[in-house]
Design a protein around this ligand. Structure first.
Ligand code: SAM
Length: 242
């Protein structure tokens, strides 16, 4: 198992576990003192730790040695229009698993519910990081309006705009025409809400230089399907901006 901890990590560090973590390791995973546990804090890489039972239901971890050095989050921004809560949890997890280094909720005309629980997004992202092994936690920002999100993108960052109205063409060719894979361009992807973008928003997005409107095929994908598809495609063709 891999656990995120807040503490600094070094050989010999003892990490007290909260009751939920102790219960998870001792009773759910039934780990014993000789079973290694991997810990990371998002800054010091990944370390192997030994489980020390300190009471009937209490435990701590003693950090032994580093297993992986710290890695930088991919320079891949994932901009999305928030969805209903259940799908939002799913979206946050998939964005982390699929390599997003920045996760940016964008408020658009047809976004459901402007109030989104960013702490919940962060908790889902952390859980996904523990599960999928990323060491750098993605930065998750408060929701911003579309125009502000576009203005915040550096001009050299290629924006891949998932546009179901774009002509169904070869997405690999379209991406290669938009950026040189060898140059590892900084990247951002943008996926709209279940209700799609308004015509005005579409104009705003397309007006931005260094933006490619990309069709993901002839079917209308759910926003969370489009998210996984475009993150996989962009990284396969253009890398992840490392
Ligand atoms: N206009 C859609 C409709 O008619 O139902 C609503 C938007 S779709 C459910 C949600 C988002 O996923 C879109 O805004 C777009 O960003 C992305 N998307 C869905 N299908 C796509 C496709 N075939 N190509 C590119 N992007 C797509």
């Amino acid at each position: 198992p891999r656990l995120h901890v807040a503490a600094d990590l070094g050989a010999g560090t003892v990490l007290p576990l909260d009751r939920a973590q102790a219960n998870y390791l001792l009773n759910v995973l039934r780990r014993g003192p000789d079973d290694p546990v991997l810990v990371f804090n998002g800054r010091d890489g990944e370390w192997r730790a030994g489980l020390v039972q300190t009471g009937r239901k209490a435990a701590a971890l003693r950090v032994v040695g580093q297993t992986r050095p710290q890695t930088r989050a991919p320079d891949l921004h994932y901009l999305f229009a928030p969805l209903k809560t259940a799908r939002l949890d799913y979206l946050a997890q998939k964005a982390v698993e699929m390599g997003a280094g920045v996760i940016r909720p964008v408020i658009t005309r047809y976004t459901q519910g402007e109030r989104i629980n960013v702490e919940r997004l962060r908790a889902n992202a952390l859980e996904a990081a523990e599960q999928c092994g990323v060491l750098a936690l993605p930065a998750i920002s408060e929701p911003v309006r579309l125009a502000a999100a576009l203005a915040d993108l550096a001009s050299d960052r290629l924006l891949v705009f998932c546009d179901e109205d774009a002509p169904v063409a070869d997405p690999v060719r379209a991406l290669r025409a938009a950026a040189d894979p060898a140059a590892a361009p900084p990247l951002a992807v943008l996926v709209g809400p279940e209700g799609g973008f308004s015509e005005e928003e579409r104009g705003l997005i397309r007006a931005r230089a260094n933006t490619v409107a990309l069709s993901l095929g002839p079917r209308i994908l759910r926003a969370d399907t489009a998210a996984v598809a475009v993150l996989a495609l962009v990284q396969a063709v253009l890398g992840d901006g490392r």
